[in-house]
Each structure stands twice: as C-alpha cells, then as structure tokens.
Design a protein around this ligand. Structure first.
Ligand code: AMP
Length: 506
C-alpha cells in the first residue's frame, strides 16, 4: 500500500480541515494538500517523465511546500530523496548523483547553476515552480505500489565516511507511524505537529501518523529552531508537539528560564537522535513538567528501536525510576531487540554488547551497496553499531557507539558514564569524552568541557568530582576547555572532529 493513500483518505473525509500552517497562518486544508500532491505527481510524470521507482530529491529548508512535494513524489509511486539542507551544495550533489535522482527541488531553482557537481541530466526546479492556483480538478488516488518498494531514500549523516542511502519502504513507514500512538505518544486531530528540526530527518518522518489522523502541521516561519518562536507558537496554537535533539531541548530550556516560560501550549517534545544526559532531562522536567517522551532509532530502523512515553520519563515513584530515565526505554511494539557479543551470540541480561534489532521497520538495505548491506543486516537482524545493556524489565541503556568506546590499559571505559558524572557538576554546561592514543595505556580519557558562563572549574576540582562518583580509572587524564562543541546539523556532537582536533595538537 502506498503511504500517500493516508493523505488521500483524510482529504476525502475532512477536506476543509486545516492541514498546514506557516506559523499561525493557514497555508492549506487537507483538500488543498491532497490536490497539490496529486498535481505535483502528475506534473512530475507528464513534464519530466518520472514514474514508479524513479528518484526525486528535495534540498530545501523546512517549508510548507516540503510536505506537498514529499507526497507529490510518493503519489506516483516514485521515491523521495530528502537531503539535509545544511549540507554544502557539493555534498548534496554527491547524494543526488549517488541516488541517480532525475529531479531536485531547491528554493531558488538555480542553486546548482555554475559547477557544483550536479550530473548534467538532473533537472533542478524551484519549490515554487509547480503552480498551485490551477488545482481545481478532482483528484485521482495515489498509484499502487508494493509494500517493499522504497518510499524514502534516507542518507545517513556520514560522520565516518561517505553517506549511505538507506532504503525505507512503504511498509517501514506505515509500521513506524502505526507504532507511534502505541508506544511514543497519543495523537489527536487537534494536535499541532511542529517542524523545528530538519524535515529530511526524524522530524519529517514523523508527519505520517499526523496526516492519517488529520492534525495540522506547523512550519515555523524561521524555517528552523528558534526557542522564542516555538514558545510564541505554542501559546497561540496550543497542543504543539515536536521532535528535538537533546541539544535543542537544552537550548529551549535555557531560553525558557530567561523569559519565565513554563512550556504552556507544548503537549509533548519527543527527544532522541543522541544521548540525553540524566542531569539535562531532570532539569528539563523541573522547568517544563511532564512534557517529554524519548525515542531511540536510526536511519536503518527509523524512529523505532525503543521508546519511553511521557509517564515513564516523568515517573519518580518506581524504585528504578532514575535508571529508567537514564535509559532509552523499552523495545517498540514493531521490533525485537537483543544484545550480542562480537560473534552475534546473545549476552545475559545486564551485560553490555551490540544492540541488534529485527522487525517490520528495519530497512530493506543500503541503496546499491550490497557489501554494506550484508555487513549490517545479518540473518534478518540489524547491527546498530550501538552498545547497550538490557535490564530485567526490558529497559535498554545505551553506553556508546561501539567505535566511541575507550580501551585504556585493556579495560573498556564507556564515555557516556564519564560524561553523565561530570555533567552533574554545577559548573559544567556541556561535555564530550573521547579516547586519545597513549603510549603506555593504549588510550587515555580526554574530556572536552564547555563551562557555564562566569565559572572556571579547575581540572583538579573536576577530577575530585568524578572520583566521588565513578571508578578512578575512568576519570579523564586531560581536560580541554572549549567555548562550544562541534555539532552536525541535527545537533549531534561530532566526536570524529574532536579526535581529529586532538590528533593535530599532538
Ligand atoms: P541517525 O541514523 O543519523 O538518526 O543516527 C542514529 C544514531 O543516533 C543511533 O545509532 C544512536 O547512536 C544515536 N541515537 C539515536 N537516538 C538516541 C537516543 N535516544 N539516545 C542515545 N543515542 C541515540
């Protein structure tokens, strides 16, 4: 079944319901939205010969047109390739060429003019180039597709090499969307899903269940993440819900405290995509109350490995409430998870190993990359590359990416544990712990620290703080104080850059 069918059906039943807002202003009803999508599909087909399985890329900031284009491409059974708008045009051109996309939508329609490596046969079109004012004809239903057809070609962030195209099928998307109200958060037609993070990633993937239920999507006029704007939209529209990286929540809470905002109008913020430290979520709960849910996923199993709903995140009564809040929650209903050693054999409860996942949301494979696919999908299980442990109730705690583990004197040190300990120090604002090559120990523990304004803790103070909480061998042997940490456009801390920085210094 074509996932775009959900838009078609919602538009038939609730054509006048508000579907898309740009800030407070109504941009489209569900009738308009479906007609635009059908029209874009017909235009791509008639004018550019796009058909079933052909790729169409979108390389723009968040915009109301984004949703119309996404559904327009899906409507005719083609595959959409959303490209992170913060990439350099040359990086985007590499992805567009790798995906062999035939058309790319950009804001201006001329971004790639003049030698940015876009293959000559790719047509660049402006997102405004599809006329919307002729949209009066009755609409045809979306093209039939197989559940296993690729709907969305999702390019990984590629922090360790060239990005890979993850083939996300119509089934993957449907099951992902149907699992959300079971495990992540309830959904209502009165909701206002807001796009504060790039729609090419998790935020965009989260549109489908809201289209199905007929909620109204909100694009912030800043087209990005602006804490003051979110607070203002939440107050005027109410029932705002959005996906945010943990670093975005930190910024939102910091802003809220300066203007005495308590989160009114925000129903739920779903956090994920990177580690949320206990000290940070506890602080966020203090300021905003129980408005947070967590998910753990990756492009290869979009948004659906584990989840922790609002009640679990805010619970203080269970004897394990604190450990649970530091975890990423329980396996979502659509997947099974297990923890395995290097030979992929199951490990006992409580032991740290690689997180493996199997289920209907696991990708079909990497686009035209059988080698990477067979290294990652083994006997039906997805190797996530993340390390973690399960407790006896099924809560998964992530320790680190396997490549981030520090091995010092033959002992494994999980940076996340050191980071959690240091972040509880009142002078520490942000932290990243990595391993650096060391002649005697193999690796030593190095902490990059961003301190709170007006403070200057000494390395000795931080070492004492660490030793009071975790084993002495885990404490950093070096502290590097920095004004900020390098992050990618999704707000993830780039430890590869910190390692490179250390390499240059030594
Ligand atoms: P991506 O495919 O770019 O979305 O990155 C996925 C990776 O982000 C995962 O494999 C994890 O390493 C990390 N990640 C995602 N969600 C969480 C979470 N809730 N807590 C900690 N790390 C996470």
């Amino acid at each position: 079944m074509n996932i775009a069918t959900w838009l078609y059906q919602t538009a038939l039943v609730r054509p006048d319901a508000p579907a898309i807002r740009l800030g407070n202003d109504l941009y489209a009803t569900y009738g308009d939205f479906a007609r635009s999508a059908a029209h874009i599909g017909a235009f791509l087909c008639d004018t550019h010969g796009i058909g079933h399985g052909d790729r169409v890329a979108i390389f723009t900031r968040n915009a109301p047109e984004y949703l119309e284009l996404l559904y327009g491409v899906l409507w005719i059974g083609a595959t959409v390739v959303p490209v992170n708008h913060k990439l350099h045009p040359k990086e985007a051109a590499w992805i567009i060429a790798n995906a062999e996309a035939r058309v790319v939508f950009t804001e201006s329609g001329t971004l790639f003019t003049g030698g940015t490596g876009l293959p000559p046969d790719v047509r660049e079109l402006s997102i405004g180039s599809v006329p919307r004012d002729q949209l009066t004809a009755p609409i045809n239903s979306p093209a039939g597709v197989s559940d296993d057809d690729t709907a969305w070609l999702f390019y990984t962030s590629g922090t360790t090499g060239r990005p890979k195209g993850v083939m996300i099928t119509h089934r993957n998307l449907r099951v992902m969307a149907m699992t959300y109200p079971l495990d992540v958060d309830q959904i209502f037609p009165t909701d206002h899903p807001l796009y504060a993070a790039p729609m090419s990633h998790g935020a965009g993937l989260y549109n489908f269940h809201y289209v199905r239920i007929g909620a109204c999507h909100v694009i912030p006029p800043s087209q990005g993440f602006d804490p003051a704007e979110i607070a203002s939209l939440a107050k005027s529209l109410e029932n705002i819900t959005f996906f945010a990286a943990p670093t975005m929540i930190k910024r939102l809470i910091a802003h809220a405290q300066t203007v005495d905002y308590n989160g009114d109008g925000i129903r739920t913020i779903i956090y994920g995509g990177g580690p949320m430290y206990l000290a940070d979520i506890d602080h966020a709960l203090d300021v905003f109350g129980p408005r947070f849910a967590q998910i753990y996923g990756q492009g290869e199993c979009p948004m659906t490995i584990t989840a922790m709903n609002r009640d679990l995140v805010a619970d203080t009564t269970h004897p394990d409430a604190t450990q649970r809040r530091a975890s990423v929650g329980l396996a979502q209903a659509c997947v099974e998870i297990r923890i395995a050693d290097e030979d992929l054999k199951d490990l006992p409860t409580g032991e740290v190993g690689e997180v493996l996942v199997c289920g209907d949301t696991v990708m079909a494979g990497y686009w035209r990359n059988p080698q990477a696919t067979s290294a990652t999908l083994v006997d039906g299980w997805l190797r996530t590359g993340d390390l973690g442990r399960l407790d006896s109730d099924g809560f998964l705690t992530l320790t680190d990416r396997s490549k981030d583990v520090i091995i010092s004197g033959g002992t494994n040190i999980y940076p996340r544990e050191v980071e959690e300990a240091l972040l509880t120090h009142p002078d520490v604002y942000e932290i990243a712990v990595i391993g650096a090559p060391h002649a005697d120990w193999g690796e030593e523990v190095v902490a990059f620290v961003v301190v709170r304004v007006g403070t200057s803790p000494s390395p000795e103070t931080l070492t004492d703080w660490c030793k009071a909480q975790i084993a002495s061998f885990k404490k950093p042997s070096r502290y590097i104080f920095v004004p900020d940490l390098p992050k990618n456009s999704y707000g993830k801390i780039l430890k590869t850059q910190l390692r490179a920085q250390l390499g240059e210094q030594s």
